[in-house]
Ligand binder design. Sequence first.
Ligand code: NAP
Length: 254
Amino acid sequence: MTEHHRVAIVTGGSRGIGRAVSLRLARDGHRVHVVYREAADEAAKVVQEIESAGGSARAHRADVADEARVNALVDEIAEQDGGVHVLVNNAAVIDDRLLLLTGTAGWEHVLRTNLTGPFLTSRAALPVMLDQGWGRIVNISSNSVRIPGPGQSAYAASKGGLEALTRALAAEVGHKGIRINTVAPGKVRTDMTTAVADLLGEDGAGTRWGVPEDIGSVVAFLAGDEADYIQGQTITVDGGRLVMRNRPGGGRSA
Ligand SMILES: NC(=O)c1ccc[n+]([C@@H]2O[C@H](COP(=O)([O-])OP(=O)(O)OC[C@H]3O[C@@H](n4cnc5c(N)ncnc54)[C@H](OP(=O)(O)O)[C@@H]3O)[C@@H](O)[C@H]2O)c1
């Protein structure tokens, strides 16, 4: 199977890291399904950009936490395109607040989007991947699992759960030609982080802020044939922030 015929679904593909992942996978020859929740104009722009560069893409409005919608969407894509080869679980929300100020509804919203969402999309796509005997799931976690800032209980818990889901699922279906890995970005300038990035500037440990393309290239690698021997792993992509945090002046947290 050549990558030219592969079908990829990128959740949260309308903006930030998901946009960069969508553009990169399209450049690598995938037909890309850009899933968004609200930003229809942004998603349409991503599709337009892919098509003007000679690629193939479609945008779909879907909340990854909506079980019925996720099932219907994956079925529709698999039927129309004849398969689903790559699933990138990138969509997420952040709602940082101290635990004592975290309401149950807020906690559940973060967990439902960031963890239940990838469960639903993976469960919907897996039967198709198992039939193909080939599939790639790339989950987008966060450095916050290892170096959480204050107020990140819900977000870090959701991403820690996602990394555990990655390993468990890899053990479950890895022998069926499916690879499941996680990319854990450090600090990347997107709508999610612009305010913090402007406030903090460069990191105290001397690392620059990442750009979405830093993550897109690693996701594309994990989505391809060359990553066949990588299974159930979390690859940190943070410019070295994690390893440098114990140096004097390091470890400043966003
Ligand atoms: N930026 C960073 O520094 C950083 C660091 C570590 C990890 N990450 C992770 O990287 C991923 C992308 O982050 P980002 O900074 O690019 O975020 P972003 O700019 O805020 O974009 C979030 C994307 O997710 C979509 N989305 C949110 N909730 C959704 C839902 N329920 N259903 C479907 N789509 C939904 C949004 O759709 P709409 O456009 O329609 O709203 C948007 O496309 C996330 O998993 C995030 O946790 C980011």
